[in-house]
Ligand binder design. Structure first.
Ligand code: PLP
Length: 412
């Protein structure tokens, strides 16, 4: 490794560049958003707004238009009868699923809000907004380590089968946020075969990145719902997805899929919550993508834009840490939105602060853990999609220097 003096010199040179970059969240670049621009003009006439004999300009169809159900059934590998197409946000649907369980229970169970304790398992590192929902409800979060195959299933099985207060687990099964890990077939099967102590335990299967391959040959995720049915556990999974990072974040379409019983249970409550979702937006999406092949072609165009950014980040990391592998390791995902980097223990916070001081804002350290506490102060989530390739290179080079300084201060 370079000496600390050389590292400080490099750091000072970065500071003189007066950088101002925000890599804190995984958002598409403007070029990616433009790929879906034409969607906004495909409902120009009254006739355009009709589908399957329905006028989407009016009330009706609580659970969404059939054409959107068909599209999501292919994307999420679920039966199109057992899908609710919602509004613009899958996170909103996850929040609502917890709210329903909290107020009304699931399939006749005691409402979670009346129990003395409710716990969720949280594979770590994970998605901060999942953890924020739990924190808001006062749900106690238990960390479970991620492995290259998915969450540590020995631990998941042990905890879920022994503690009836454990009501759920958060999963991002394909290209997980932030590791980019796709759960192995064996992991999915073990999820399907879980024997929870709580009959109203649910797997919150957030398939946000189901279509987000960076390479032609994408990772393959086993279809959880069919595995659950095979295992005699049809009601254990809640599956979520959206087009937020396919079309427009904030203006996409979200979906919730599960067993028929779970969907009818949810529908009963949702029918009191709303007269129906935004069907025009659903129709805009269906008209634009047509079917799963349309989505796949669209995602290849996304990949062409963002793959070079992932590759640039990884190339810089490999070069910077070639002579000091003890200072950092990282994932090299084949899809999704993030690279997850682990510094040596106790260095992430310091590296984050140094990068911020030099003008590069990263995801807050600790955000990828429940209660914002990374017990080893080592995980940094890199979100390379928004900046340009050159900006990614600069930011990752600076970050590498910051990590090495933090490492030297502690260990050299
Ligand atoms: C794992 C995961 N789930 C859900 C979301 C948000 O999805 P939506 O926009 O559909 O609420 C994100 C956004 O970053 C995400 O990373």
């Amino acid at each position: 490794m370079q000496s600390i003096n050389e590292l400080w010199q490099r750091y000072t040179a970065f500071k003189a560049m007066d950088l101002s970059m925000n890599m804190s969240r995984g958002v598409p670049s403007p070029e990616q958003l433009t790929l879906s621009q034409e969607m906004l003009v495909n409902l120009a006439t009254a006739n355009d707004c009709r589908t399957d004999g329905i006028d989407c300009r009016s009330y009706g169809l609580l659970t969404g238009i059939p054409a959107a159900k068909r599209l999501f059934s292919e994307m999420l590998c679920v039966n199109s009868d057992n899908i609710i197409i919602g509004g613009n946000s899958s996170l909103n649907m996850m929040f609502d699923a917890i709210s329903r369980a909290w107020c009304f229970g699931i399939l006749g169970s005691t409402p979670w809000g009346r129990l003395s304790e409710v716990k969720f398992l949280c594979p770590v590192p994970g998605y901060d907004r999942h953890f924020a929902i739990c924190e808001l409800f006062g749900i106690k979060m238990i960390n479970v380590d991620m492995t290259p195959e998915g969450p540590d299933m020995n631990r998941v099985e042990e905890l879920v089968s022994s503690d009836p207060a454990i009501k759920g687990i958060w999963c991002v099964p394909k290209y997980s946020n932030p590791d980019g890990t796709t759960y192995s077939d064996e992991t999915v099967r073990r999820f399907a075969r879980l024997k929870p102590a709580a009959p109203d335990f649910r797997i919150f299967w957030d398939d946000a990145y189901c279509m987000h391959d960076l390479y032609e040959e994408g990772d393959k995720l086993l279809d959880l719902q069919s595995e659950c049915e095979k295992a005699g556990n049809p009601d254990i999974a809640y599956i979520f997805g959206s087009t937020s990072k396919i079309s427009f974040p904030g203006s996409g379409v979200a979906a919730f899929a599960s067993s028929e019983r779970n969907i009818r249970d949810a529908e009963r409550i949702i029918s009191k919550q709303t007269i129906g979702p935004d069907k025009l937006n659903q129709l805009r999406h269906v008209r634009f993508y047509r079917d799963i092949n349309g989505v796949k072609a669209h995602m290849r165009a996304h990949a062409a834009l963002i793959r070079p950014k992932f590759e640039a980040a990884i190339e810089v990391l490999r070069r910077e840490f070639a002579d000091c592998p003890e200072a950092a390791n990282w994932t090299e995902p084949r899809g999704g939105y993030f690279i997850s980097l682990n510094t040596a223990d106790g260095c992430a916070g310091r590296a984050f602060d140094l990068a911020a001081e030099a003008g590069v804002k990263l995801t807050n350290v600790g955000a990828t853990f429940p209660y914002r506490r990374d017990p080893r102060d080592r995980n940094i989530r890199i979100a390379p999609t928004y900046p340009s390739v050159d900006e990614v290179r600069t930011a990752i080079e600076l970050l590498s220097v910051c990590i090495k300084i933090a490492y030297c201060e502690k260990n050299c």
